[in-house]
Design a protein. Structure first.
Lengths: 182, 182
């Protein structure tokens, strides 16, 4: 199923109405301005986050916002202009969990085509156990594998990343995992 | 240096003028509609491509488009809605090089913050030596390490990816590389 939001109705440059048509030198429909001809591109967004680790535990946040209010997630959010994927992953971990971390490398790349997103998680080492929920979290808590709230995780990309993490941890070797979430 | 294009002048929903202000629950300036209040987000784009390999050679394309017209690149382009990063990398390789490939896994993740892009390259195995330039390429050619046109490569992300490729090839082990292009 193709993700086509078609959310653009007016030109960002001149404000006139757009039409979704295939531009002459292109092969898919774009919002093209009926007045000035500007072509508007819509592309997937990156969500960046971390797996913050303390001993055999990982830090999860319970969501204080929609979607998935009240469910548990790894700290993550949309990558912003002006930052690297690593910068963004650290920022989200600070904003949502108030945690102090050191990144340990890219860990998962998960395509969520249905919603037009690419999720990138980094492994991270918690530097201490000082953390606190930010505005977007209800609570923040450390969990070992057995106590992870597997039934109330917010997103499949979080589940996938945690499953890889504990499996890699058991075999004593971490590698980058790429997968698609259908 | 923060990448702030501020390219939005009118609301995509209603066409009224926007102003760049920090929304109440946010921490950075966004284009906010002065009439309907819609907040417009601008985020980094993903560029996806491949390192197509045949024996000890890699396939490069000479660009038939700006920017960097006439310089050599790995096949790559913007990730589109409706496709995974792997889908996009294969599509660009077909479009620009007319090549038949099989992906061999994610290889580099390169942040180019200055232009608001994340470049993702996959290693790929050429299935045959049938290839031909698409509309965006002047010519397509196989190069071994010594013959790569290092002085006329189009992008630093291409250079970085090729340097990693030949180094990893020499030591006989490939791993995912993440880096920032300043």
């Amino acid at each position: 199923m193709l993700f086509q939001p078609r959310s653009i109705r007016h030109c960002k440059a001149c404000g006139a109405a757009v039409r979704y048509v295939v531009p002459a030198d292109d092969n898919r429909e774009r919002a093209v301005c009926s007045a000035c001809g500007l072509v508007h591109y819509e592309n997937p967004l990156n969500v960046v986050g971390t797996v913050p680790v303390w001993g055999d535990q990982v830090l999860l946040c319970r969501r204080n916002i929609e979607p998935r209010y009240g469910l548990w997630t790894l700290p993550a959010g949309f990558l912003e202009l002006g930052e690297t994927t690593a910068d963004g992953a650290i920022r989200e971990t600070v904003e949502e969990a108030g945690a102090h971390i050191e990144l340990e490398g890219l860990y998962t790349l998960l395509n969520v085509v249905r919603v037009g997103q690419v999720h990138l998680f980094y492994r991270a080492r918690l530097l201490d156990t000082v953390f606190a929920p930010g505005p977007e979290s209800i609570e923040v808590q450390l969990f070992d594998e057995a106590s992870v709230p597997w039934q109330t995780l917010a997103f499949r990309t979080v589940r996938e990343t945690l499953l890889h993490y504990f499996a890699d941890r058991r075999r004593g070797r971490f590698e980058v995992h790429a997968a698609d979430i259908s």
